[in-house]
Ligand binder design. Sequence first.
Ligand SMILES: Cc1cc2nc3c(=O)[nH]c(=O)nc-3n(C[C@H](O)[C@H](O)[C@H](O)COP(=O)(O)OP(=O)(O)OC[C@H]3O[C@@H](n4cnc5c(N)ncnc54)[C@H](O)[C@@H]3O)c2cc1C
Length: 148
Amino acid sequence: MYFNNNGGKEVTYDAIVVGSGISGGWAAKELSEKGLKTLVLERGRMVKHGDYPTANLDDWELPNRNRLTEEEWKDYEIQRRTGYTMTPAHAHWWPKDSENPYTETKPFDWIRSYHVGGRSIYGVDSPTASATWILKPTPKKVLPLTGL
Ligand SMILES: Cc1cc2nc3c(=O)[nH]c(=O)nc-3n(C[C@H](O)[C@H](O)[C@H](O)COP(=O)(O)OP(=O)(O)OC[C@H]3O[C@@H](n4cnc5c(N)ncnc54)[C@H](O)[C@@H]3O)c2cc1C
């Protein structure tokens, strides 16, 4: 039988950050730079550079000319209010509302995404701004994440 006598030490952290978006990611950076042993928990997948399956496709190359069908549209009852992002070109970024329900006491429009970096990878002002091209059919080029 194996006993890990260091287990307590190995899995004890000064700080645990949930989520690797711009809030959690920055908090983790600050905490770890201050010398705290920091653990980041992220529920989503890693997004590697180049992992943009629709970035170079035109509308006519996408299903239904880049429009969700009535049936698919039902999966995004909340997020579809934001409009432009709920298309076949972008839908793979968003968890479905139908599978991730929440109670809305008053109208609140938002878009969720579960992956390393969170929604920061879409912001035009973020250091990874080139990822914004993912959301746009034109121009056709995806710039390197470090190339700006
Ligand atoms: C299409 C789009 C364009 C945008 N453009 C701009 C822009 O141009 N300029 C601008 O300033 N802002 C922009 N924003 C808004 C900006 O991206 C967000 O406000 C910001 O990134 C939110 O950061 P956050 O860390 O608070 O949340 P998020 O980025 O959502 O991070 C949350 C993280 O937590 C993870 N997570 C969630 N639940 C759990 C759990 N239970 N356990 C572990 N991990 C979990 C998620 O996977 C995610 O990685 C845009 C947003 C979108 C969607």
